[in-house]
Design a protein around this ligand. Structure first.
Ligand SMILES: [Zn+2]
Ligand SMILES: [Zn+2]
Length: 169
């Protein structure tokens, strides 16, 4: 049965998303948190969210449907997932962003609108080059992963900018 997803496009990603929801719910129970309707809603919303939301953004989105939802519920649920490795956190500005995609990937971040996109990669293991640079620049540093952030202008913003330029000319 298809749940009332308000997503514009349906793809094979939906199958991954429902697997993700199932894994996250299992994990919630292992973390000793009961699967209350509010926590389930947090997980369902988060697992299908490619935007790398902050806890506050998710809270604002959920509060429309769940007026009694507390920020603590949202934050604690995300925190439990992150501690179990079913979500990662990403710091690009002041607030931590949460990421439900646990497959290896880098990020592309738009300078204009702040959109964050996943860029799949084979592995997050540091390259030999990176290891060499670390050894000389940060002696003794034990590297866990090499994450890259590509900065630039996203497609949508690029289109807006060029449309604006056309208007001007
Ligand atoms: Zn953009
Ligand atoms: Zn990501």
């Amino acid at each position: 049965m298809k749940s009332g997803s308000s997503h514009g496009h349906v793809s094979h990603a939906d199958a991954h998303a429902s697997e993700r929801v199932a894994a996250m719910l299992r994990d919630l129970k292992e973390a000793g948190l009961k699967a209350t309707p509010q926590r389930v809603a947090v997980i369902e919303t988060f697992a299908n969210d490619p935007t790398h939301p902050t806890a506050q953004e998710l809270f604002d989105r959920l509060r429309e449907r769940f007026p009694a939802m507390s920020f603590a519920t949202v934050y604690n649920t995300l925190d439990a997932l992150a501690s179990a490795g079913l979500a990662s956190t990403l710091r690009l500005g002041t607030a931590a962003r949460f990421d439900p995609n646990t497959t290896p990937h880098h990020h592309a971040v738009c300078d204009r609108c702040g959109a964050v996109n996943d860029i799949p990669t084979e592995s997050m293991a540091p390259t030999d080059d990176a290891k060499r640079h670390l050894a000389s620049a940060a002696p003794g540093f034990v590297v866990r992963a090499e994450e890259r952030i590509f900065r630039g202008i996203c497609g949508e913003c690029g289109a807006l900018v060029s449309r604006g330029e056309r208007k001007l000319s």
